[in-house]
Design a protein around this ligand. Structure first.
Ligand SMILES: Cc1cc2nc3c(=O)[nH]c(=O)nc-3n(C[C@H](O)[C@H](O)[C@H](O)COP(=O)(O)OP(=O)(O)OC[C@H]3O[C@@H](n4cnc5c(N)ncnc54)[C@H](O)[C@@H]3O)c2cc1C
Length: 841
């Protein structure tokens, strides 16, 4: 009986702490009174009494008496931390401090406030943006023939380049006063999504000038003269920009670029001026081969002290017209058959005046900070939008194809094996779009949530990989044979590009997301680290002690939450709704608390050495990312007005995400730095075991069913991509076939027996003619059957070529801008050699 009372009191106390029903001090007093009554009532044996009272007294002394706490706990701890805290390089610090934290911090801290999530405004297109998407973007999509672009021409056609310039596609982020379109981030993302759903090569061409590059950097850091000169020219496409950071010896570790600029006097426009002499070698630079202005990152040095300061000035960004003597551009890489312009460039003893530096002389050495600060916005738009485009296009086309394509006399989409793939396609497409919308809500409210944008970049492109792979599997040979009627192959080939650029995914997942998240989202870690690095010892001790107290309360609260929510199967966790939907919010609250406890413990145990534990960090990134996506799908469903027809998509995605979070935490606990502690924590945060399950087969069936026939949910899921209504266009054919096949299905069912018996010996045309002649069907019905058959045949056919037609072209419509003689000779030789072997696929 006594045990039950004690257990009940403990659970009540844990619940009160978890839900913060009252301040901890008051709870401590109430607990003390309870212990007195319980002890006087003879509730404890002697041994238990001593034990419980000792713990209570020690905790009260430590947290109630500042002097004692400092002496016994915080000062010794501070001494240890000061010894082991690893030094942080400037580049690390700047990367970590870039941007701000937003919704992900709520999830990180164990107690997401749902009213905040619901308060984020869902992004909407302005009338002007909508008109642009429905007008020029739609028109552009009809102009794009991706096979022509990627196989024959290896470039966008001149009229497409002209159209892009004319309609200011390159100036979406440039304000109107400079002649740009001044679109919101959502407007920008919607344009990119639609174009990328038609042609990845065109999508990337439009993305790059609107992402991290000259325009973005000028807007934030440029001098007025630089803005006035360049922004109007970038907006209308007179200038084609690129941004060159990566080189052969510095990829992910971009801070290590060996490209140098030395301050010196030199000649510029006939005058001797102070400037920089640059030498660089860059590669993989998108739009580089056709750029007119090069955004260049290099390290600046002033060995002769001409600027009167230090010799090592740091990473610097400058804008360099490509006709500056010594600049060499024009050669191209061939990135997995994509035709967007991408190539190396180099500079030999290129002299530039100081006012080519973005922001002028005062920004010399500030390039790294400029880059990391600006990265967070573009990273949340370009590649994630490409992922969304691939997700939506795969969902639409694969759903239709899986209905139209019949094997074993059944639509392949009805087979359970195919259903599994379709369910993943639908679920991930929904998640990617929800993630995009939530992120853009933040970006358009002026936030710069660098962790969220890193999550979105990494996980939308990983989901793109999953979705496109599944789409390829469902299409079988139809997805493999390249040609004008293959709408999947190029997206499939482009996946590694999306994975690699703007922060390669392995690095982003295993180092950036949680590494940055831990420092930026944790409410006390930075305060503790800052206190530990203070020179003034008394101030350090005071600040460290305050932060430590807050940290202890934070940990205790999350510990109680994780335990109480876990033990109650999340029923005691907060949620804005009751019922089925509310359960997902509650589960997410539970996972958030479990995440907070686990991450806090790991950080406490590993301290600075956590930096090297990328496997743990990667799993924390998974957990944080899937919590983000779970909250994003809940927000999207709510913002869409909770449409019943979307329920399968919501439930599949929410279950999938929650399961991923649980499994990531479980893997962390299995690899916990202190094994026995991992076991204790597992039993605390998962007292009922791993109870969250993957979406079940029936739910998967419901998602797949949404994809394989026209409907409201399918339209909503794929809204925003280009859908052709041209029956000569393959995606138009597919939609057309889906409708015709569905119309003919009742009739085909009626005639199924005949088809499988007598009809076996006839081709389709003969079969229909006989049925009509025998009076089994009338003329309208005959037409229905014929139309469905013809449309199906168009859709299942793949391209074939005569041997001579297979050879692609590398002839660029845009001639290299500057190329020195030596490299031109080399290029000729290379082209000659290539001709012998070149079959483009
Ligand atoms: C098509 C294309 C377009 C591009 N466009 C541009 C552009 O316009 N401008 C520009 O400057 N750059 C551009 N890039 C460069 C791009 O940003 C780099 O490719 C990217 O930074 C990775 O560098 P890397 O390819 O040299 O790979 P590496 O840095 O060699 O990395 C190889 C692998 O190691 C992993 N890795 C590296 N370090 C770590 C670590 N500490 N922890 C865990 N994993 C790690 C990476 O994640 C990656 O998987 C482009 C690249 C491509 C392919």
């Amino acid at each position: 009986m006594n045990i039950l009372i004690l257990l009940g009191a403990f659970l009540a106390l844990a619940y009160a702490v978890a839900r913060r029903l009252m301040p901890l001090r008051r709870l401590a007093v109430i607990s003390g009174l309870f212990l007195v009554v319980f002890t006087l009532g003879g509730g404890f044996s002697l041994l238990w009494g001593i034990l419980v009272w000792s713990v209570y007294a020690l905790a009260s002394l430590l947290f109630g008496v500042t002097q004692l706490r400092r002496q016994w706990l915080s000062n010794p701890l501070l001494g240890r931390v000061r010894k082991i805290l690893p030094p942080m390089s400037d580049t690390e610090r700047e990367a970590i401090e870039a941007g701000n934290v937003w919704w992900e911090a709520e999830l990180f801290r164990g107690n997401p406030e749902w009213s905040k999530l619901h308060g984020y405004p869902m992004p909407e297109l302005s009338a002007e943006e909508q008109a642009f998407v429905d007008g020029p973007v739609e028109e552009l999509c009809t102009m794009l023939d991706d096979w022509d672009i990627t196989h024959r021409r290896m470039d966008l056609p001149p009229e497409v380049w002209q159209f892009l310039r004319q309609h200011r596609f390159f100036g979406m982020i440039i304000p109107k006063r400079y002649g740009g379109l001044e679109f919101s981030n959502f407007g920008h993302s919607s344009v990119v999504t639609k174009i990328a759903s038609r042609s990845i090569s065109a999508g990337v061409t439009v993305m790059v000038p609107n992402s991290l590059g000259p325009a973005e950097l000028l807007l934030h850091y440029g001098t007025e003269a630089q803005k006035d000169y360049y922004l109007p020219r970038l907006a209308d496409g007179r200038e084609i920009p690129c941004f060159a950071l990566t080189g052969p010896h510095a990829g992910s570790d971009a801070g290590a670029i060996p490209d140098r600029g030395v301050v010196c006097m030199g000649e510029h426009e006939g005058r001797e001026v102070l400037g920089l002499r640059l030498n660089w070698e860059k590669r993989y630079i998108t739009l580089g081969p056709v750029a007119t202005v090069l955004g260049l990152a290099f390290k600046a040095f002033d060995p002769d002290g001409l600027l009167g300061g230090e010799a090592e000035l740091g990473i610097t960004c400058a804008l360099i017209p490509v006709n500056t003597p010594g600049v060499e551009i024009g050669r191209r890489h061939f990135p997995l058959n994509a035709a967007f312009q991408n190539g190396p460039n180099r500079g030999k003893d290129v002299f530039i005046p100081l006012d080519y530096i973005i922001g002028g002389q005062e920004n010399i050495g500030k390039g790294w900070r400029m880059l990391v600060e600006s990265l967070s916005v573009g990273r949340g738009i370009s590649l994630p939008s490409m992922g969304v485009a691939a997700g939506k296009a795969s969902a639409r086309t694969t759903g239709a194809y899986a209905h139209v394509r019949k094997q074993f006399n059944t639509s392949i989409g009805k087979f359970e094996g195919v259903e599994e793939a379709l369910a993943r396609i639908g679920g991930h497409a929904y998640m990617m779009e929800a993630g995009r919308l939530l992120t853009l809500s933040g970006l358009d409210s002026g936030e710069k949530p660098s962790i969220v944008t890193a999550i979105l970049k990494c996980f939308n492109t990983e989901q793109m990989r999953q979705v496109v792979n599944d789409a390829m599997d469902v299409h079988g040979g139809r997805g493999i044979c390249m040609g004008p009627s293959n709408y999947l192959g190029r997206a499939y080939q482009s996946i590694p590009v999306a994975i690699t650029v703007e922060g390669a995914n392995i690095l982003t997942r295993s180092m950036i997301i949680f590494g940055q998240g831990a420092i930026r989202c944790h409410p006390y870690l930075v305060r503790e680290m800052e206190a530990a690095t203070r020179e003034d010892l008394p101030a350090a001790e005071r600040e460290f002690d305050e932060a430590l107290c807050g940290h202890a309360e934070y940990f205790l609260t999350n510990f109680c939450r994780a335990f109480v929510y876990g033990l109650s199967g999340s029923h005691l966790a907060p949620a804005p709704y009751s019922g089925r939907i509310g359960a997902y919010y509650r589960r997410l609250s539970q996972m958030s608390a479990a995440f907070a406890v686990t991450s806090d413990l790991v950080l406490m145990i590993l301290g600075g050495s956590f930096k090297r534990k990328e496997k743990l960090s990667g799993r924390f990134a998974d957990a944080l990312a899937y919590m983000f996506y779970a909250s994003a799908v809940l927000r999207k469903f709510e913002a869409d007005g909770q449409p019943r027809s979307d329920l399968p998509l919501l439930e599949w995605s929410a279950k999938y995400c929650l399961h991923q979070v649980q499994m990531a935490l479980d893997e962390i606990l299995r690899n916990f730095p202190i094994k026995w502690l991992g076991v204790i924590v597992r039993h605390t945060i998962f007292p009922l075991g791993l109870s969250l399950r993957q979406p079940n087969d029936y739910l998967g069936h419901r998602v797949a069913s949404l994809l394989i026939r026209p409907g409201e949910a399918r339209d909503r899921l794929t809204d925003g991509i280009y859908i052709s209504d041209d029956p000569d266009d393959i995606t138009g054919c597919l939609e057309d076939a889906l409708h015709k096949v569905i119309r003919a299905e009742p009739l085909e069912r009626r005639l199924r027996h005949d088809r499988l018996t007598r009809g076996e010996m006839e081709d389709h045309e003969q079969w229909v003619a006989r049925l009509q002649a025998d009076g089994h069907i009338d003329a309208d019905e005959a037409r229905l059957l014929t139309e469905a058959w013809e449309a199906t045949t168009r859709v299942v056919m793949v391209d074939d070529f005569a041997p001579g037609e297979m050879t692609g072209g590398m002839q660029s419509a845009s001639a290299p801008k500057t190329i020195n003689k030596k490299s031109a000779v080399k290029k000729k030789a290379a082209v000659k050699k290539k001709r012998v072997t070149e079959t483009i696929e």
